[in-house]
Design a protein around this ligand. Structure first.
Ligand code: GLN
Length: 194
């Protein structure tokens, strides 16, 4: 059975652990570089990217995570998507640079801070998982403003990419771990075997 690490310095890592177990893999919480040993993939959860970045620096985890992502699949959701991006704005901050996207933090503004929306994923996503619309939970979400040539949009909400794949990595600006739809985690698990 594959083992997925969930970065557990801050944020909603527990919900991801449950989602991974529902999807049929083992999960383990990661709080140090040694915790990455033997993992097949890693999830960087939602939370507060500035706080996570501060903790990643304190734990000397930035370089180990870049190294891990150079060889294994990483799923970044919401704050995790911000951390794996190549380029962060509002304001500019350091990131892991694993997925070639430009992402703007807190981009939906205060009035529409958080919401649940139904999106129709791209046909490709539906054929690789299963058909149907997807419930997406946005919480002070970022917006992906630029998608690099090597990256592929798998779902959009109001014309902006919300689920993007680049090679072995996957990013979502919403929280797939907070809805009942298992497909984002299921797709991520497929990547562990590719
Ligand atoms: N607003 C947060 C940030 O900028 C992300 C919110 C979330 O992960 N739900 O890091």
């Amino acid at each position: 059975m594959k083992t997925v690490g969930i970065l557990a310095l801050q944020g909603d890592f527990d919900a991801h652990a449950k989602a991974i177990e529902r999807a049929g893999a083992k999960s383990t919480l990661v709080r140090s570089a040694a915790g990455l040993d033997g993992l097949d993939g890693l999830i960087i959860p939602g939370g507060e990217s500035t706080t996570m970045l501060k903790l990643l620096r304190e734990e000397n985890l930035l370089e180990p995570l870049r190294g891990f992502g150079g060889a294994h699949p990483v799923l970044g959701t919401c704050a995790g998507a911000i951390l794996v991006a190549t380029e962060v704005s509002n304001p500019t901050q350091e990131s892991l640079g694993l997925v070639d996207i430009g992402i703007e933090r807190n981009a939906y503004g205060r009035q529409v801070d958080s919401r649940i929306a139904s999106v129709t994923p791209e046909a490709e996503f539906q054929s690789r998982t299963s058909p149907g619309d997807m419930e997406t939970v946005f919480i002070r979400a970022p917006i992906i403003r630029r998608v690099g040539a090597g990256a592929r949009v798998l779902a959009q909400y109001r014309g902006d990419p919300v689920l993007v794949e680049q090679g072995r990595h996957l990013v979502a600006t919403f929280h797939p771990e907070l809805s009942a739809d298992p497909r984002v985690h299921a797709l991520f698990l497929q990547k562990l075997s590719e």
